[in-house]
Design a protein around this ligand. Structure first.
Ligand code: NAD
Length: 486
């Protein structure tokens, strides 16, 4: 059993009052770690440390020095690759190959990519005509925004946390991170690497705990936090936005989705079935970009549904270290209760259950885990809650459509606007629809291809702002204009 502590001002600290919570394995249900819960005093200490570092050693570094340190940090993560993989597998219960191919290497890459982005970033300059004819030169400079509060989710913990901490530090800010209570380990481990590679103390701080009346709320309500970046549920974002209104602090939000996959009859059917399958079930459906609404053009509706069913029924669930396991369990028993409540609701709302719909039989040693069956429905009305609300489990509803106009209206009939995937051989149509579907990211004949230099974020209630490449600079720096009379 591990003990996970807060990381404040370069040191691991327990709570003086001994307040802790437990982390259970999603795979077995057994307690695997005791985690120190930060109270208001610890959050205040972390924010103060971040402020001191900003004005001290960290703030005095040149961009080149910062960039070198962030490259060293990425290398330091790679040197402890196996420790990160083990910790993330233990917290999430997802297979080793997901950790080794995506979660951990992408986490390390986030530091290099954003360091290089900052190193090569240009700013604007305008020559201006003045009434006396002498003219003036305007140019922009960028300065760090200050102390950034980072609130992270549990579904791809290390990748999504570093996606924020990487650009924040590259731009010269300092951070206080509140990882999800479900996934405290890799963020804490990062503190060790920060110390090992010589990142000054106070630049990166970690406070553990929950949301309301705990570390999350204490951090977002702290008056000395200059800006808040958050990934998580839209409802949580609403609470954080209210907290940020006090003091008029800036926010960047990456939130929920109810993403549509749109499959036209002229698609490459093999590719479309594979793509929708991955997008619905990867990470046991716990992906913000995942597809929970599938629209299939009527001539191929039956063939598509049958093929997706066959694939879903071939999914192998197992321990992270089982090489045959495609997916692990859900993150927690609470989350399984939520997903199962939608499985029940789907039937009440009139769905035909194509496959799944419950809890699978697992071997005795895994019986305490949060296992769940991949599930497909058809036949629900468009107003059904199962079609409208984010479930965040391994499930999707498939509905037939007739023509472009109908499917655009269906895809846009949602409060969310994160992503969509289009499957068609008609590229003119793909370009046309990409302009009409109200989302931050449209994939054509693909899903989850991410170039870290591109803009990432959601429309409508899926987010505020864009992060990625140079877009992250807009949030993590303040642009100041200098006007020089010539
Ligand atoms: P969540 O909103 O429950 O929790 C996210 C974080 O917010 C956690 O650290 C939690 O402790 C904290 N929190 C909760 N209430 C808070 C409060 N009142 N004040 C401050 N902090 C608070 O989300 P989750 O269950 O961890 O993650 C799943 C959700 O995240 C899904 O909705 C998913 O779509 C979304 N998500 C979005 C993206 C994206 O890029 N758009 C990426 C991943 C996940």
């Amino acid at each position: 059993m591990r003990t996970i502590q807060n990381f404040i001002d370069g040191a691991f600290t327990g709570d003086p009052d001994g307040k802790t919570f437990t982390k259970r394995s999603p795979v077995t249900g057994q307690v695997i770690a005791t985690v120190t819960e930060a109270g208001a005093a610890e959050v205040d200490a972390a924010v103060s440390a971040a402020r001191r570092a900003l004005k001290g050693d960290w703030g005095k570094l040149t961009t080149d020095q910062r960039v070198d340190l962030l490259h060293a940090l990425a290398d330091g993560i790679t040197q402890r690759f196996e420790d990160f993989v083990e910790a993330e597998m233990a917290d999430t219960g997802q297979p080793r190959h997901v950790m080794t191919h995506a979660f951990i290497p992408r986490g390390a890459a986030n530091f290099k990519v954003f360091a290089d982005t900052v190193k090569t970033a240009a700013t604007e300059a305008f020559e201006m005509v003045t009434p006396d004819g002498a003219g003036a030169l305007n140019y922009a400079i960028r300065r760090p925004k200050g102390v950034i509060g980072v609130i992270a989710p549990w579904n791809a913990p290390f990748l999504l946390m570093t996606w924020k901490v990487g650009p924040a530090l590259a731009c010269g800010n300092t951070v206080v991170v509140k990882p999800s209570e479900e996934t405290p380990q890799t963020t804490t481990l990062l503190g060790e690497v920060m110390n090992a590679v010589g990142i000054p103390k106070g630049v990166f701080n970690v406070v553990h705990g929950f949301g309301p009346d705990s570390a999350g709320a204490f951090l977002t309500q702290h008056p000395d936090v200059d800006a808040i970046t958050f990934t998580g549920e839209t409802l949580t974002g609403t609470a954080i936005m209210k907290a940020a209104a006090e003091g008029v602090r800036d926010v960047s939000f990456e939130m929920g989705g109810k993403n549509a996959g749109i499959v036209f009859a002229d698609c490459d059917l093999d590719a479309a079935v594979d793509g929708i399958f991955r997008s619905a079930f990867l990470n046991t459906g716990q992906v913000c970009l995942g597809t929970e609404r599938v629209y299939v053009e009527r001539p191929i509706f039956e063939a598509f549904t049958n093929r997706l069913k066959t694939k879903a029924e071939s999914v192998s669930l197992g321990r992270p270290d089982d090489p045959k396991a495609d997916y692990g369990p859900l993150i927690s028993l609470d989350h399984r209760e939520k997903v199962l409540s939608y499985y029940k609701l789907a039937v009440e709302e009139g769905a035909t259950v194509v496959t799944g719909g419950g809890v699978p039989d697992m071997p005795e040693d895994l019986a305490g885990g949060n296992w769940i069956q991949p599930t497909i429905w058809t036949g629900l009305p468009d107003h059904a809650r199962v079609v409208r609300e984010e479930i965040f489990g391994p499930c999707c509803h498939i509905r037939p459509f007739d023509g472009e106009e109908e499917v655009v209206a269906l895809a846009n009939d949602t409060d969310y606007g994160l992503s969509t995937s289009l499957w068609t051989r008609d590229l003119s149509r793909a370009h046309r629809l990409a302009g009409e579907i109200e989302v931050g990211i449209t994939w054509v004949n693909s899903w989850f291809l991410r170039d870290l230099r591109t803009a990432f974020g959601g429309s409508k209630q899926s987010g505020i702002g864009r992060e990625g490449g140079a877009h992250s600079l807009e949030f993590y720096t303040e642009t100041r204009n200098v006007c020089v009379k010539l």
